[in-house]
Design a protein around this ligand. Sequence first.
Ligand code: URA
Length: 254
Amino acid sequence: MPPSQNPTNSEERINKFLARAGVASRRGAEELISAGRVRLNGSLVTELGTKVIPGRDIVEVDGAAVRVRSDRMYMILNKPAGHVSTLNDPQGRRTVAELMPETDHRLFNVGRLDMDTTGILLLTDDGELAHRLMHPRYHVSKEYLATVAGRPTEDVLKQIRSGIELDDGPTRPAEADIERLGDTTSVIRLVIREGRKRQVRRMLAAVGHRVLALHRVRFGPIDLGELKLGETRELTDAETEALIANAGLGGRVE
Ligand code: URA
């Protein structure tokens, strides 16, 4: 393992942490501490041997949070239909694993898309972030384009917006707008903040519209953009930070 990394997030001396973050040499970091310029979780650091846990503790120099670049990986895939969204499938169906680039990172999918749903799927080896993003408490928004049979009325949209009674309970208020209205098929844009099984399909079926195609265009702050079906890309640093903030981990030192 290169000395600049600490992937296990185990305890380390604060001067080593500051050196890894590129703030100063280890010796220089000690000088910053002696000069009273370093804080740990809001308290002034006075002991040179103070230990920190990267990823949990907040270290500041002159009031600015110090981040050590994470060696975790964050990718999105534009999932095509016909693949299950896990990386291995006990039933032997085609998985998204065959669409992922070669990597030493042990990635896993954050949430799922149905086999026949297309669009943005996040994959990462950041367990803490993934856990939060999937937890209902954080209400991460997901935006879908649903091609449906028929011409949805304003009343249908209102029902979706106010919540629909499903067999596993009422849905939370959602956003719903017409993207394209046609005689036989139409496209509805929906934003939901839950992740129940086949939720969008069940919501639309409950208001009388069969889903012909379902495509997810946004996951939290991450837009699918121009990524083609079956292709992957790594998130930019700005996107990763937005995702971390979205999951309520904004103060986390990377
Ligand atoms: N809702 C669905 O019905 N299916 C998906 O794949 C995602 C959301």
